[in-house]
Design a protein around this ligand. Structure first.
Ligand SMILES: Cc1cc2nc3c(=O)[nH]c(=O)nc-3n(C[C@H](O)[C@H](O)[C@H](O)COP(=O)(O)O)c2cc1C
Length: 259
C-alpha cells in the first residue's frame, strides 16, 4: 500500500546513495568520540571486575532454548556483580581501534561505530541508590546523574500501553535505556546509517537476553514508550541523542510471566 512505501523503503539497502554524495568522513571532518564526555568530578562508581563466577547456566544451547521475555519480577535486589556482567555483555569495550573512533565490543555494530550510550534507571541494585546513571564503557564505571522522585509513577507514565502486563517496567530492578547518537554512524554512512542503527541495537538487546538467561535474571525488551517523557527523564535533547530502545530486568518472580 502507498502509505507504507516510505517506511518500507527505509528497510531496504540502498548504498547507491553513497555514490552520489561525500560523507562527512570523506570530507575529512572530525569524528565525534565513541563515548560521551562526562564531568570527572561527578559521583563515579567503579564496577566489579567481570568473572565467570556470576554464571549459573554456561551452556549456550540451554540459554538459547530457555530464553523468554520476563515481565514479573521478585522484590529481591540485583547485585552489582550481576549488573557489571550485563553491561560488559551488552556494551563493554574490548578494544579501541587505532583511529580512536571505532571500538570492538561484545556486540557487533556496522562499521564498528557503536552509536549508543547506556543509561540505567536503577530501582533495586544492592549498594546503589535509586536513580539515573550512565555507563562509561571505556572505564567500566557508572556515573550517577540524578535521583528520580516519584519513581513508579514516572516510569509508568513513560512506558504506557504495554501489550501484555500493565506497569511492569516500574517493578523491575533496573531499566536499561539505550540512547542513540546518530552522528556516530551518519559520519561514515550518511543516509544509509539509520537502518543500520536499528539492526545494531537489536544485537545489543539480544546479548542482554542471553546474558540474563545465563545468570538466571529475567528481562523484557521494551519498544513501546513515550519518547518525549523518556528523553526528558534522561536529560537528552531528542535530536542529536534520544532513547531508541529499553529493557526491564529483575530477579524472576515465582510466576515470572513466561509463556
Ligand atoms: C523490538 C521489540 C520490542 C518489544 N517491545 C515490547 C514492549 O514494549 N512491551 C512488552 O511487554 N514486550 C515487548 N517486547 C517483547 C515481545 O513481546 C516478545 O519478544 C514476544 O512476545 C515473544 O516472546 P519471547 O521474547 O518470550 O519469545 C518487544 C520485543 C522486541 C524484539
Amino acid at each position: 500500500m502507498e502509505r507504507y512505501k516510505e517506511h518500507r523503503d527505509f528497510l531496504k539497502a540502498d548504498f547507491s546513495i553513497l555514490d552520489k554524495i561525500e560523507t562527512d568522513r570523506q570530507k575529512g571532518l572530525p569524528a565525534i568520540p565513541f563515548q560521551k564526555d562526562y564531568n570527572k568530578n561527578a559521583d563515579i562508581i567503579k564496577l566489579p571486575e567481570v568473572t565467570r563466577s556470576v554464571i549459573k547456566k554456561s551452556d549456550i544451547y540451554d540459554c538459547l532454548e530457555d530464553r523468554r521475555s520476563v515481565r514479573l519480577y521478585s522484590e529481591e535486589s540485583m547485585s552489582l556483580e550481576e549488573l557489571s556482567y550485563l553491561l560488559w555483555a551488552t556494551q563493554g569495550i574490548q578494544k579501541v581501534m587505532g583511529n580512536q573512533v571505532s571500538t570492538l565490543r561484545r556486540v557487533p555494530s556496522g562499521g564498528a561505530s557503536h552509536p549508543f550510550e547506556t543509561y540505567l534507571i536503577i530501582n533495586r541494585v544492592s549498594t546503589l541508590k535509586k536513580g539515573i546513571y550512565r555507563y562509561l564503557p571505556l572505564e567500566h564505571c557508572l556515573i550517577f546523574i540524578n535521583e528520580l522522585e516519584q519513581f513508579e509513577s514516572k516510569i509508568d507514565a513513560a512506558t504506557p500501553k504495554q501489550p501484555f502486563v500493565q506497569n511492569f517496567v516500574s517493578k523491575s530492578a533496573v531499566i536499561f535505556a539505550w540512547s542513540c547518537i546518530p552522528y556516530r554512524a551518519e559520519y561514515k554512512f550518511d543516509l544509509t546509517a539509520h537502518k543500520k542503527i536499528l539492526i545494531d541495537v537489536g544485537h545489543v538487546c539480544q546479548n542482554l537476553y542471553l546474558a540474563c538467561e545465563s545468570i538466571d535474571l529475567g528481562t523484557c525488551a521494551i519498544g513501546i514508550y513515550d519518547q518525549k517523557l523518556m528523553d526528558t527523564m534522561l536529560g537528552l535533547d531528542g535530536e542529536d541523542e534520544f532513547v531508541i530502545y529499553l529493557a526491564a530486568i529483575g530477579k524472576k518472580g515465582d510466576n515470572d510471566g513466561r509463556k
